[in-house]
Ligand binder design. Structure first.
Ligand SMILES: CC(C)(COP(=O)(O)OP(=O)(O)OC[C@H]1O[C@@H](n2cnc3c(N)ncnc32)[C@H](O)[C@@H]1OP(=O)(O)O)[C@@H](O)C(=O)NCCC(=O)NCCS
Length: 180
């Protein structure tokens, strides 16, 4: 397991799946805002890659986020779109509603940076989020990500087009915290 200050990133376990499905992917508003695509209902036992136990999508490494104290599931995180030629990847995360606003998001981004830069030897990490997702923007910026551009009206979210922000962080600009 990779450890941050408050949370750890470990493999996804079978028992995580019903919780992630009920608390993240059944939530129409959260899913519509966090995924770049339309919300669809997810059946138990679905082969949806977000609920896969294997690293099925190529270039993608899924994690479950757990609280270090007690090991309770707190959400999901991933390094995806890993490009070993350009040595870049994207990061993504989603916390269960009860785990938001406690500093976990900032910590998860830190651990994903450790995984991307130290474990995988990447040079650039990128993320995209809606321009009104203040918590996500701040979680990324606290770790050194900078806003590189705005994709105007790029996301269709529940009846309206919203802007997305692209953020990037280069290995040489990353200040490693106490992640191990
Ligand atoms: C986005 C998300 C990962 C952020 O994680 P988090 O644990 O809630 O964020 P943190 O507690 O680390 O807070 C980070 C910063 O955002 C601020 N913040 C937290 N919630 C906020 C909110 N609802 N509105 C405005 N700011 C907020 C915090 O004050 C903190 O800033 P500060 O340190 O300068 O005070 C989490 O809220 C989440 O999973 N949301 C739903 C799914 C989602 O949006 N995923 C990302 C899709 S790209």
């Amino acid at each position: 397991m990779l450890r941050g200050g408050k949370v750890g990133l470990r493999a996804r376990h079978e028992e995580d799946l019903p919780i992630l499905r009920a608390e993240l992917y059944d939530d129409v508003v959260n899913s519509s805002r966090a995924e770049s695509g339309p919300w669809r209902p997810v059946s138990p036992g679905s082969k949806d890659p977000r609920l896969s136990l294997d690293d099925t999508p190529p270039g993608s490494v899924p994690f479950s986020v757990v609280e270090l104290e007690g090991g309770t599931l707190a959400g999901t995180a991933a390094l995806w779109g890993i490009d070993n030629h350009n040595r870049s990847a994207h990061i993504g995360l989603g916390l269960l509603p009860s785990c938001r606003g406690k500093g976990y998001g900032t910590d998860v981004v830190a651990v994903l940076c450790h995984y991307g830069f130290v474990v995988r030897g990447l040079q650039r990490l990128q993320m995209e989020t809606l321009s009104d997702n203040a918590a996500m923007l701040r979680s990324a910026e606290h770790n050194g990500f900078v806003r590189e551009g705005v994709l105007r009206s790029s996301a269709w979210v529940l009846g309206e087009f919203l802007d997305e922000v692209v953020l990037g962080l280069l290995a040489q600009d990353w200040k490693q915290g106490p992640t191990v």
